[in-house]
Design a protein around this ligand. Structure first.
Ligand SMILES: [Zn+2]
Length: 365
């Protein structure tokens, strides 16, 4: 087994960096199709449509779900338009649809995240959901995106809840990478982790603890501060390389379990991952000070620390067991935490995390 790390071809982050999109498209091909979420569309600069590029540009509005039927539609559109560059512009689901479609057609993909809510942009894997919004499958691409282009003017204007959710996703990265290394489990590149994967995951956690609260305040005030820049990099680049090259484990597995309950669908990926991490730490009997640090961080930035905060108040054991069973399915990354992980253990860990968080909130309100 090899040590493998995966990286995007190029990562660009700055104020007004969207203006580089035209030049980037020209470097990769002759005709681009931009898959843009309805809100992302308005961030395309006006001058874009009056430039020579506008003749070789198609903008397609993303329908909302990263699913097989949506992929088929988008791939047909790419082929009809004879586009040779794909641009995915928007949130996680737009990005994932663009990545999978481009990979299946063997085309380069440029990713322009308009929110820093997940670590999807930099990775070479993407997720599909069923029509009902339940997690379906992870798809692995041959290569990571050719370019990830992050415009801070766009990120700073996005609702703060997205940045906070991104911190939730990034928060799990180091702990999951650590479990994979400790238990000799594979990362998301199909190998063992490299020092680069481990170190970037750890740096991601350190940056969150140091700048998370300030970045949230700056995002609320639409200030492109150093803290907001660092957290954007942590959420998108450090967490992206960290999870893919370090590996994932219980936090994401328990997140996937939560998606089985429609009550959680109004909550973002990173919000559920953050609570999944807290349950995962309970499950492996992590040291209390470590659990406290994670819960305190979540509380300080407004990430969920109870089941109620992800829509699951007053749940029956039966319903939580649906989550526990889904998160322990064969092949689930929860098994990267060690042997003998059963649905009962996950159920108990979720209940413990909920009790811990509720108690923490009651004494720190
Ligand atoms: Zn994630």
């Amino acid at each position: 087994m090899n040590n493998i790390a995966c990286f995007p071809g190029k990562y660009i982050q700055g104020s007004g960096s969207i203006l580089q999109l035209e030049q980037l498209i020209n470097r990769f091909g002759h005709k681009a199709i931009i898959l843009a979420s309805p809100t992302a569309r308005k961030f395309l600069p006006e001058q874009f449509f009056h430039s020579p590029l506008s003749q070789q540009l198609v903008v397609e509005t993303f329908g909302g779900e990263s699913s097989e039927p949506a992929l088929t539609d988008f791939m047909n559109r790419i082929q009809i338009e004879q586009a040779d560059v794909v641009v995915g512009m928007g949130g996680g689901k737009t990005i994932d649809t663009a990545k999978i479609a481009a990979d299946r057609l063997g085309l380069p993909v440029i990713i322009v995240p308009t929110i820093a809510s997940t670590d999807a942009p930099c990775s070479g894997c993407a997720v599909t959901y069923t029509h009902e919004g339940e997690f379906e499958k992870v798809h692995y691409q041959r290569l990571n995106p050719s370019v990830v282009l992050v415009d801070m003017e766009i990120i700073a204007r996005a609702p703060t809840r997205f940045l906070v959710a991104g911190m939730g996703d990034a928060l799990a990265t180091w702990f999951e990478a650590r479990s994979c290394a400790a238990n000799d489990e594979q990362n998301e590149c199909g190998g063992f982790s490299t020092l680069a994967g481990q170190k970037l995951a750890q740096l991601c956690y350190d940056v969150l603890l140091k700048y998370g609260v300030q970045a949230k305040a700056d995002n609320e005030a639409t200030i492109i501060s150093p803290a907001l820049n660092y957290i954007t990099e942590a959420n998108i680049l450090l967490s992206g390389i960290g999870f893919e090259s370090g590996g994932i484990a219980s936090a994401h597995a328990i997140h996937n379990g939560f998606t089985a309950l429609p009550e959680t669908h109004a909550y973002y990926h990173g919000e559920k991952v953050a609570f999944g991490l807290q349950a995962g730490l309970q499950m492996i009997h992590a040291p209390e000070e470590e659990i406290r640090e994670v819960v305190a961080f979540c509380h300080s930035v407004g990430l969920p620390i109870s089941l109620a905060a992800i829509g699951l108040d007053q749940l029956s054991k039966e319903k939580l067991m649906i989550v526990a069973r889904k998160s322990t399915e064969q092949g689930s990354t929860i098994h990267h935490e060690g042997k003998d992980i059963t649905p009962e253990k996950v159920f108990e860990a979720i209940v413990k995390a909920d009790a811990y968080g509720k108690h923490f909130a009651s004494v720190h309100e």
